[in-house]
Each structure stands twice: as structure tokens, then as C-alpha cells.
Design a binder for this molecule. Structure first.
Ligand code: GTP
Ligand code: MG
Length: 508
């Protein structure tokens, strides 16, 4: 299926911007994914000068062209855009309503000026489409247009270095060099005439623009030659943004993902007749877009959560996974993947804004992933408790009269150290600390210890009391109680401790 150029009317003849169409265009052409690898080419010039025809031939677009049988009436109204077909990098073609229109009358001048500012603010290359025979003519239609373009550029100075590509239509027998010279003189004259703020007085035109000139044979009279020349011109739009390319000198390129918002804001400012402060606008667009990218990335992470958590849960329950820190690796790669999705889209926006928003994304992503970490901590806590119980039981069985505490203190310490180490090993952020889980574990240990201790001393003290009672009764030698007493006096303490230890080890 042939690729769709997705042309649409961006700004109506009444100056209303079609925001939905613009968003739709960005989406369906995947414009946002282009980073700074895209170019914008606009065309301006007198009405019925063959602008739409030229764009369609150059970029295989489908802008409306005048039907020759209808007479020279206005065809393109407002501003249209389309994606050029088969050109790398992605090139947006902008078709601007013809200047000097009969239909518009007086208020046409306003729209003409507004569209000139708009075209210069968004396009890397502005084609000025003029009739060859108009060059050098004092009252030619292109003069007010050039004035409008230059004045607009003064308002935008510094923001970008636009390429002005003059396309001279219906080339006559006059040698191209003569035409070129004459046009350059014209341009310089108009440039000299326009009022400039003091700071720009004497600034050469070349500071603002890169000027290129080309001429085309008549489409109507020399169609084949026209086609050949247009094919060659089309080649110049391949790699136009590379050094030496048509737009190789452009400055302060803004990422494609902010194109829609930027176009909207630029037009709004122009309509309100306010000063276009492009650097300030870039900050606004960057903040808004980076914020949007954060939201989109987080919402993707949230919708993948069930799947991601099931993978993590399998790792939590896999004993081997803990030895090889698979859980941490896995959760870390989820976070990194989330951040890199953001980086890919946000990379060309102003660094300070991009970084601030990235931190917000990281905090948000850590919040989404936190339940998996909390589940891991619960798992580690119960592992630590099991470890403690096994250790305590072993130790308590070997307990001596030196006391219960001494025999198990080391195992408690060992358990806590193990928990600390393991919980540190699964955390991927300073914000993720295990202090609450540690507190819980400590109280659980405390309680278990208390249970065992109670049991231990219950048995130990009973036995000890029994032995003491037997001694007091003065019975020795023959009776069972006597044996117990004698044993206790000999190594009885150890026996009591052993018995107590065995009893205590049944706790839990
Ligand atoms: N003489 C001549 N006519 C042309 C040329 N290219 C296109 N045309 C004719 O000029 C008429 C206007 O063409 P469009 O492409 O609609 O011109 P436009 O500049 O887009 O017109 P508006 O959008 O109304 O400003 C059509 O009849 C075209 O066939 C050319 O190179 N020379
Ligand atoms: Mg047109």
C-alpha cells in the first residue's frame, strides 16, 4: 500500500488551528519518535504561483492544486501540512496560503504577516516561490512578502538560522547568473530598508538566513524539463539536515515530540499579537512534553505491573535466586528499562528540565515497584526467623548453666546480620530501606526469645528446686530422687540445662 502523507489543514483560513488534526498527524506518522532527525520545509509566495504543485512534485504530497480550467483563484486557504514521502530524514512540508490574494483584500496583509512569522518560526527551510519575470520589478508581488519575512525574522532573531530557498518559476532565457545577481540585489535592498532595532543595525542578512536560489522551467510549457529539475531539487532534501545539506546550518533544533505543542503555541502567540519569545517557549514545551512523557511511561509501567510482578514473585520464592542476586537484577532492569524509555523520547529537550522530570519518573517508578520489594522483605524476614529458630533450637539444646541468654545471643546477632545483608542486597534505591521490616523482625525475635526463655527456666528451675528439696530431705543413695540429687550435685546443673534446653527447643 502506498505510504500516506497524512495531509491536513493545520490552520484554517480564519486562523483556527486544528489541534486534533495535528495530534493525529504526529501519531499516525510517528513523528514523536524522530528526535531531532526531521526537517520542516515551508513554501510561501504569491497566489497561484504553483506552490502546491511544486510541493506535490517534490514531496509526493497531495495538497490541493488549482484546476487550470477554474481560472487563477485562491486554492490553498490557511496553512496545510503533510509528511513527504520517501525522503530521509522525515520531512514535514508546509503549504502556506498564497500572499497578495484577491479574495482576502486588506485583512490579507495581516494573515500574510502572521503566516510568515509562523513559517519562519517552525521551518528549517522556507521556499520563496516567485515568478522569474518579477525579479527586479519594483512593484512585484514578492516585495511585501519579503518584507514580511525579514521583519518576522528580526522578531525571531537568534532562535534559528533558517534557509531561504528562492525558487524562480518559469525560467526565461535570461542567464541564471543574471537572475541570481538581480535577486540578491533586490533582497539586500529590502533588507536594508526594513526598520531594525539598534542592536541589529548593520547586521548582514547572512546572520539570519542562509540564502539559496534555484530556477525551474515552466511546469505548463516545459513539463519534462520541469520534472527533471524538480527531481534534482528533490535530491537536495535528502539528508538536508546533515552538515552541508540545505538545512545544515540550522540552530537550536527542537525535538519532534514537541512539534505539535510548539506549533500550537507559536500560532497562539502570533494570533494574540504578542512577542514570540522562542527560547521561553522551548522551556515551556520541554516542561510540558517531559511531564507528558513521564506520565505515559508510568502508565505503561502500571499496565505491565501484573506481568512484571509475577516474574518477581517467582524470584522471591526461588531460594537459589537469592544466592545469585536475580531479584535485584530483575527489578533493577525494570527500572532501567522504564528510565530508558523516557530518555529515548526526552533526550533532545533542555537538559535541566529533562533531568528534573527524570527524577520524578524515577520516584514514581520506585513507588510502583515498591510492593515487590516489600514482599521480598517479608520473605527475608520469615527466612530470618526460620534461621533463628533452627539456630536457637540447636544452641539451646547445648545450653549450660551459664544461662540462656549467653547461649543464644550470638545466634540473634547472626540472624540480624544476615537479614541486614540480604535486605541490602535486594534494594535498588536509597529510598528503599528495610528499617520497618527490621523493627518487626526484632520484636518477633524478642517474642520468640521470651517464649523459649520462659520454657527453659521453667524446666531448669523446677529441676533445680527438686534437687535442692531432695538434699534437704537427706535421702541419698537408694531412691530415684536420691539418684537425681546426686546427679545434680555432680553434673546436675548441666543435666538441668540440657533438659530445659530440650523443652525450650519445642517452642515455636
Ligand atoms: N506557468 C506556470 N504555471 C504553473 C506552474 N506550476 C503550476 N502551475 C499552474 O498554476 C496554477 C496554480 O497552481 P497551484 O499549485 O494551485 O498554485 P498555488 O501557488 O498553490 O496557489 P494558491 O494555493 O491558490 O496560492 C495551476 O493551474 C497550475 O497548473 C509553473 O511552473 N508555471
Ligand atoms: Mg496552493
Amino acid at each position: 500500500m502506498a505510504e500516506d502523507c497524512c495531509s491536513f489543514q493545520l490552520i484554517s483560513g480564519d486562523g483556527v488551528l486544528n489541534r486534533e488534526g495535528l495530534e493525529n498527524f504526529s501519531r499516525s506518522t510517528n513523528l514523536s519518535q524522530r528526535g531531532v532527525s526531521y526537517a520542516v520545509v515551508a513554501i510561501m509566495g504569491p497566489q497561484s504561483g504553483g506552490k502546491s504543485t511544486l510541493l506535490n512534485k517534490l514531496f509526493q504530497t497531495d495538497f490541493r492544486m488549482m484546476n487550470a480550467d477554474d481560472g487563477r483563484n485562491q486554492t490553498t486557504q490557511g496553512i496545510w501540512i503533510a509528511k513527504s514521502i520517501g525522503i530521509e530524514p522525515f520531512t514535514i512540508a508546509v503549504d502556506v496560503e498564497g500572499s497578495d490574494s484577491r479574495e482576502r483584500g486588506q485583512e490579507g496583509a495581516t494573515f500574510e504577516k502572521q503566516s510568515a512569522v509562523f513559517a519562519l518560526a517552525i521551518a528549517d527551510i522556507v521556499m520563496i516561490n516567485i515568478w522569474c519575470h518579477d525579479i527586479g520589478r519594483e512593484h512585484a508581488a514578492n516585495r511585501p512578502l519579503l518584507k514580511a519575512v525579514f521583519e518576522a525574522m528580526i522578531r525571531l532573531f537568534g532562535a534559528r538560522k533558517t534557509t531561504l530557498l528562492f525558487v524562480l518559476r518559469d525560467q526565461t532565457k535570461t542567464p541564471f547568473e543574471r537572475l541570481e545577481l538581480s535577486l540578491k540585489e533586490d533582497i539586500e535592498k529590502i533588507w536594508a530598508e526594513i526598520p531594525k532595532p539598534d542592536s541589529y543595525k548593520g547586521t548582514p542578512l547572512g546572520e539570519f538566513f542562509k540564502v539559496e536560489i534555484t530556477a525551474l522551467p515552466s511546469y505548463e510549457r516545459e513539463e519534462d524539463k520541469f520534472k527533471d529539475k524538480v527531481d534534482r531539487l528533490r535530491q537536495q532534501f535528502f539528508h538536508s539536515i546533515s552538515p552541508g545539506g540545505l538545512a545544515g546550518n540550522r540552530k537550536d533544533v527542537q525535538p519532534a515530540s514537541g512539534f505539535a505543542l510548539r506549533a500550537e503555541q507559536i500560532w497562539k502567540t502570533i494570533k494574540e499579537n504578542k512577542d514570540l519569545d522562542l527560547p521561553a517557549m522551548e522551556v515551556m514545551v520541554a516542561t510540558f512534553r517531559c511531564d507528558q512523557i513521564v506520565k505515559e511511561t508510568l502508565s505503561r509501567l502500571n499496565s505491565d505491573k501484573a506481568f512484571l510482578f509475577s516474574t518477581l514473585l517467582a524470584l522471591i520464592n526461588d531460594v537459589q535466586a537469592l544466592k545469585a542476586p536475580k531479584f535485584k537484577k530483575s527489578i533493577k532492569s525494570i527500572l532501567e528499562n522504564t528510565l530508558s524509555q523516557y530518555d529515548m523520547e526526552a533526550i533532545y529537550f533542555k537538559e535541566s528540565i529533562r533531568d528534573d522530570k527524570r527524577k520524578e519518573l524515577e520516584t514514581g517508578a520506585l513507588q510502583v515497584l515498591y510492593p515487590a520489594y516489600a514482599a521480598m522483605l517479608r520473605h527475608l524476614r520469615s527466612r530470618a526467623l526460620k534461621f533463628l529458630m533452627t539456630g536457637m533450637k540447636k544452641k539451646v539444646k547445648k545450653a549450660t548453666s551459664a544461662g540462656f541468654d549467653a547461649s543464644i545471643d550470638s545466634i540473634v546477632q547472626h540472624t540480624m546480620e544476615k537479614f541486614e545483608k540480604e535486605s541490602r542486597a535486594v534494594s535498588i534505591s536509597k529510598e528503599w530501606d528495610a528499617s520497618a521490616a527490621r523493627e518487626n523482625l526484632l520484636s518477633e525475635i524478642e517474642f520468640t526469645k521470651y517464649e523459649m526463655e520462659t520454657k527453659f527456666y521453667e524446666v531448669y528451675n523446677t529441676m533445680k528446686a527438686k534437687a535442692v528439696r531432695s538434699i534437704a530431705l537427706g535421702i541419698g543413695g537408694m531412691t530415684a530422687a536420691g539418684v537425681a540429687t546426686a546427679t545434680f550435685i555432680g553434673d546436675g546443673d548441666a543435666v538441668a540445662a540440657k533438659k530445659a534446653g530440650e523443652a525450650a527447643s519445642t517452642v515455636g
